[in-house]
Design a protein around this ligand. Sequence first.
Ligand code: KG4
Ligand code: ZN
Length: 342
Amino acid sequence: MLILGIETSCDETGVALYETAGTGRLLAHAVHSQVAMHEAYGGVVPELASRDHIRRLTPLARGVFAQAGRALDQLDAVAYTEGPGLAGALLVGASFAHALALALDVPAIGIHHLEGHLLSPLLSARPPGFPFVALLVSGGHTQLMRVDGIGRYALLGETQDDAAGEAFDKTATLLGLGYPGGPELARLAESGVSGHHRLPRPMIASGNLEFSFSGLKTAVMLLVRSADPDPDTQFRANVARDFQDAIVEVLTAKCARAMETTGLTRLVVAGGVGANRALRASLDAEGARRGFDVYYPETELCTDNGAMIALAAALRLQQEGRQLRKRAAFGVRPRWDLETLS
Ligand code: KG4
Ligand code: ZN
């Protein structure tokens, strides 16, 4: 089967073509990031996001068909992100997917964005087998899930306030960095020296798998305020480094605890923050010490993309052998709990 995957839940327009034959293969994928457009506003402007998805989808889709050397009439299904995400942005992808599916008389399949993220390491050269623990760390979510198979997801713990990516982004703003702050803060942290500022490790000793990151951001705010009116670059780099150290330490400790309590030996890391090099190094070291293997998506598939949506649809079709209904009516789910999937 040839599946087109469409992702428009936030500020990336992602389109991909996935072929299920054999062990399955990603034929082509393309992402347009709206970062430059939203940068001036310091965050995503939902209305602008929706309009840009409308502009980008058709050329991106044409591009992946050309790149894969396939034609529209070879398509067997269209997968799209049904939620969670920005309602207007989701509706653009859902409308595009349903219109195309209707025109080609093929089914449209709505996919949960986080299911896409947590299955995305299956597209890598070294895919994990089931069961595994997944650490989902994105701009909107920080969750530890137990994954026993497609659609078999149990929440082990999650953040009580800010998501890890959100903490990176807000702290980056405090340090005068651009949007989105995660990658910029990580870059600045490389020239920082650890241990200048003792930042909290929220909930590290809570004895459970819950997280909290808002206190960490507040601690950075107080630090920045207490500094000179115009903190120099080295000060900012040191704060960035200490902030990253704190977040990495908490995420690593919670993952280690999740591996211990579940007794599983595979940890999958997914979502934008999974691109963070310090986090990867720390999790790899912890895995080597404790005897678990850590799996990541290819770096380009850590952030939002259409490939993970096409893959999730392919795996669902394979698993369920589901008779797909063709529907003319559809909706999106801006809020959608992953655990409710089956
Ligand atoms: O998964 P994603 O692309 O979108 C959401 O679904 O949220 O994740 C985006 C988040 C942003 O908060 C961004 O700052 C963060 O991932 N991020 C990073 C890095 N690259 C992206 N955070 C820390 N270090 C990075 N290298
Ligand atoms: Zn995402």
